[in-house]
Ligand binder design. Structure first.
Ligand SMILES: [Zn+2]
Ligand SMILES: [Zn+2]
Length: 283
């Protein structure tokens, strides 16, 4: 797909994996993010070999990809509750295995919450989780990618300065990737809406995290104010980031090859409209 920006969306797997790939083609998505199991349940999911084969064939036939996994919402790899921490790590091992079966190259993870302890202790627990999980992830051929968050309450990952603090406790830290969510960073206080704020945000990102770690982006407009620490996605151009912010992003040569996934409302129709607008802004 020459000249086609690498933008896609978080799609549903309910109609089956191959059907999801064909939906991507229909709505104009070049890449896909998905859940490999229900994000609200701890249960593992087994894929029939025939379905996996049909999925891989559909990807090869259409050229859609990369397909990213987004971890379950229940997982908290920084939890101060030993039982929940244990359960989260075990569920993540299953997540890694499913990514391996499906051939997904990246899994996008949230930092989790340090509730019930200090921020520093939360970072240390997350680092310990990553030290346990990076080797099996590598064996399965999937890279762990940490998502920037809105930094609400006791949730880690809102400030870029937390990345180097975490990295220094992770043995194989060079194996970690990062996903920047436009809605989340704005909520965390990074203003992408002005030329100056945009330049400052990426300079800080590069200095503290490293642009070479950027493996994915979530393109979401937002209903919530700068530095509100509130996470409310809305359709592209309909929120406080506005169309101009996405035009700026889509013309940034540093971000050209980074897969960008929408997580905006309105189902497949909402995605189709957002993707059409983004392609126009990129043109
Ligand atoms: Zn996320
Ligand atoms: Zn969000």
């Amino acid at each position: 797909m020459p000249g086609y920006p690498l933008i896609g969306a978080h799609l549903s797997t309910t109609k089956g994996l191959a059907a999801m790939v064909h939906t991507a083609v229909e709505i104009g998505a070049a890449c896909i993010q998905m859940f490999t199991a229900s994000p609200q349940q701890w249960r593992d999911k087994l894929y029939a070999p025939a379905d996996v084969e049909a999925f891989r064939a559909a990807l090869a036939e259409t050229g859609i990809g990369p397909v990213a996994s987004h971890e379950s919402y229940l997982i908290n790899l920084a939890s101060s509750d030993p039982a929940l921490l244990e359960k989260s790590r075990a569920a993540f091992v299953q997540e890694i295995a499913r990514c391996g079966v499906l051939g997904l190259p990246i899994v996008i993870v949230h930092w989790g919450s340090y509730k019930g302890s200090t921020l520093e202790e939360g970072l240390a627990r997350l680092a310990e989780s990553l030290n346990l999980l990076i080797p099996p992830a590598e064996n399965a051929g999937v890279q762990i990618v940490l998502e920037t968050t809105a930094g609400q309450g006791s949730y880690l990952g809102g400030e870029f300065s937390q990345f180097p603090r975490l990295f220094e406790m992770v043995t194989l830290q060079e194996r970690l990737g990062v996903c920047l969510d436009t809605c989340h960073v704005y909520a965390a206080g990074y203003d992408l809406t002005t030329d100056e704020g945009y330049a400052r945000t990426w300079a800080e990102f590069d200095h503290l995290i490293g642009l070479d770690r950027l493996r994915a982006m979530h393109l979401n407009d937002t209903e919530k104010l700068l530095a509100s620490h509130a996470d409310r996605h809305c359709n592209i151009g309909k929120g406080l980031l506005g169309a101009d912010t996405f035009t700026r992003l889509l013309h940034d040569p540093r971000l050209r090859d980074v897969p960008k996934y929408l997580e905006t409302p309105g189902g497949d129709e909402g995605y189709a409209a957002d993707l059409a607008l983004l392609r126009e802004l990129a043109g």
